[in-house]
Design a protein. Structure first.
Length: 107
């Protein structure tokens, strides 16, 4: 898959999401000069069963969960010219906390 993405000049998005069947496992790969990680939250209870789409992103990461990504982010930083990290667990502002925690951990 990664070779095909490179041949097509398409980027890969590394995603943290609930570990449910048919979803990606947490991994780090860059298929272009830009590396991209997206924290969607791990709200497995609301992933498929929700009234509003935004409910699936209602999740607050623990420091332990984010620390799992530190080696992956360091790897991405070594293989991508421009690594980017986005937090999408934003329903009630959790993305701000996620970003702040990661920044402290990475600094």
């Amino acid at each position: 898959m990664f070779d095909w993405l490179r041949q097509q000049n398409l980027g890969f998005c590394c995603v943290d999401e609930p570990q449910l069947p048919n979803l990606l496992t947490p991994m780090t790969e860059a298929t272009k000069k830009i590396g991209y990680v997206r924290f969607n939250g791990r709200n497995s209870a609301k992933r498929w069963q929700h009234e509003q789409a935004h409910e699936r992103y209602y999740y607050s990461y623990t420091p332990e969960e984010l620390s799992e990504w530190l080696p992956k982010i360091q790897k991405l930083d070594s293989i991508a010219e421009d690594p980017f990290i986005f937090a999408n667990n934003h329903w009630r502002g959790q993305a701000v906390s996620t970003t702040r925690q990661l920044r402290v951990m990475l600094d």
